[in-house]
Design a binder for this molecule. Structure first.
Ligand SMILES: *Cc1c(COP(=O)(O)O)cnc(C)c1O
Length: 479
């Protein structure tokens, strides 16, 4: 299998060539040249598989340049009950992503049992093991540079800690993350993990990462890479749990399932789109946004209009002003028309917007009408909505959910159809967002016992000014 860029002007590459990279050289995103498709008989054979077996069955169709035995070993080492151990209630850790049933036909898929209590561990843990394997084969090294306002940084650090050939330099703002989120990162003592605390806000951290990455000489000399949400391996890894949930929520493969997905960069829901393209009977993919509703506006109106400002909300991991994986979906929607993508994103990159209603498709209609073929719908949620949903779900079902999951449930329920199981993705555990839980329920969320005194543990961090040269100097001295 070859991977091609959504903008059509970059070389076709194999999986291992795009594993460590970010954007394609033409500014596009890599996607498979064609989606592999499971037949009904193959799907039937997958029912009853363990998470590890499913992951190998799905991912070996997308990764064909790593020997099967090696890929299997990497997957088996990643998806263990030991790593995804923070199960709650009566969940079975061996399920890796247990399905919690609130009532018949209404489920929550637990994706946040990994080390950082958010769903990003699902893909990032695999990425860590794939990176170590790929670097081991070439003898290379990689210095991951990133900026985080919450979950991505900690997921990357827990995935890369102690990995041979990899160092992480993670920038975080001095204010803006919860104490729990800060402690999660700063308590890591591993020699290859570097927490750079920037005297500034998240946007300044991001600007520094851009400035350093744009210094191509520095970037090459110091083997600088990224693990951002456009990374294809991350999206691919996430498609596995759609299969796992589908089999857990149905009895036979003639049934369809709908998924509600708390969304920011469109990575999680893009993985659902890929699972659907691979033959999984998904009815609706429900995109749930918070007050940062750029995606909801698109799915309601056909207008994609990234915002100049990001609002700070009580579901902070969905606070984005543009959705970086969205281009992959529009590429498929447009009939894989790279010239069209160049036009559309040309407008976006010069600060504009596009309206798909004004773009004709091959059948005489417009491209926005094609969205219905992909089953994607959307809605948004406010602070009041999520507090209300946390309260209702706790009172009615006795289950505590986090504010992001609450956004997903709120919007998911608006689209629920009789006879179609609805699976709402749980993207974080409530313990990570104590303020919202306190406001909704007046109690503290329970924490896993081994994280009880996280904030009291010694912290390893380097506080510095918001200055790219200072960051470069720090990296150069250690690589
Ligand atoms: C990252 C994140 C999201 C958004 O996921 P995308 O893949 O960016 O759409 C939602 N909830 C939580 C808790 C997250 O960490």
């Amino acid at each position: 299998m070859k991977y091609q860029s959504t903008r059509g002007n970059a070389p076709q590459l194999r999986f291992s060539d795009i594993l460590l990279g970010g954007l394609a050289s033409d500014g596009g995103l890599y996607v498979p040249d064609a989606y592999p498709r499971f037949s009904t008989a193959e799907l039937a054979a997958m029912r009853g598989m363990s998470y590890r077996e499913l992951a190998f069955t799905v991912l070996s169709r997308l990764i064909d340049d790593i020997p099967a035995d090696d890929l299997k070993r990497i997957i088996d080492k990643t998806y263990t009950a030991q790593t995804y151990r923070y199960v709650t209630d009566k969940e079975n850790a061996e399920d890796i992503t247990p399905l919690k049933t609130l009532e018949p036909g209404l489920h929550v898929l637990a994706l946040s049992n990994g080390p950082t209590l958010a769903f990003k561990d699902m893909a990032m843990q695999l990425l860590g093991n794939l990176f170590e394997y790929a670097l081991g084969r070439t003898g290379g090294e990689l210095n991951i540079l990133g900026a985080t306002s919450g979950d991505t940084g900690s997921a990357a650090e827990y995935a890369m800690r102690g990995k041979r050939g990899v160092r992480v330099f993670m920038l975080s703002p001095v204010h803006g993350m919860t104490r729990f989120q800060q402690a999660q990162m700063y308590a890591l003592q591993d020699a290859n993990i570097h927490n750079l605390v920037i005297r500034g806000v998240f946007d300044q951290c991001q600007d520094i990462v851009k400035a350093v990455s744009n210094d191509l000489d520095f970037k090459t000399r110091h083997h600088i890479g990224a693990v951002n949400s456009i990374n294809w391996a991350r999206v691919a890894a996430q498609s596995v749990y759609y299969f796992k949930a589908y089999f857990a929520a149905t009895h036979g493969n003639d049934q369809e399932v709908s998924f509600s997905v708390p969304s920011g960069n469109f990575g999680n829901v893009c993985a659902g789109h890929i699972a659907r393209q691979m033959g999984l009977p998904i009815k609706q993919l429900i995109v749930a946004t918070n007050e940062n509703d750029v995606l909801d506006e698109f799915f309601r109106t056909g207008v994609y209009r990234p915002r100049p400002e990001t609002k700070h909300t009580s579901s902070p991991s969905m606070d984005i002003s543009k959705a970086s994986n969205f281009e992959r979906f529009i590429y498929d929607l447009s009939g894989r028309d790279a010239a069209r993508i160049r036009t559309l994103w040309g407008a976006i990159e010069s600060g504009g917007s596009f309206d798909l209603k004004t773009h004709a498709d091959a059948n005489g209609g417009n491209l926005f009408e094609r969205v219905a073929d992909y089953g994607v719908v959307s809605g948004s949620s406010s602070h009041a909505n999520r507090i209300d949903t946390i309260r209702t779900v706790y009172e009615v079902y006795g289950t505590m959910i986090d504010p992001h999951t609450a956004d997903g449930l709120k919007v998911g329920l608006e689209y629920r159809e009789p006879g179609v199981p609805l699976v709402c993705m749980e993207t974080a555990q409530p313990a990570k967002f104590e303020d919202a839980i306190r406001e909704a329920l007046g109690i503290e969320p329970e924490r896993p016992a081994d994280l009880a005194d996280l904030e009291a543990q010694p912290q390893k961090k380097h506080v510095m000014d918001a200055d790219a040269e200072t960051v470069k100097r720090y990296i150069a001295e250690r690589t």
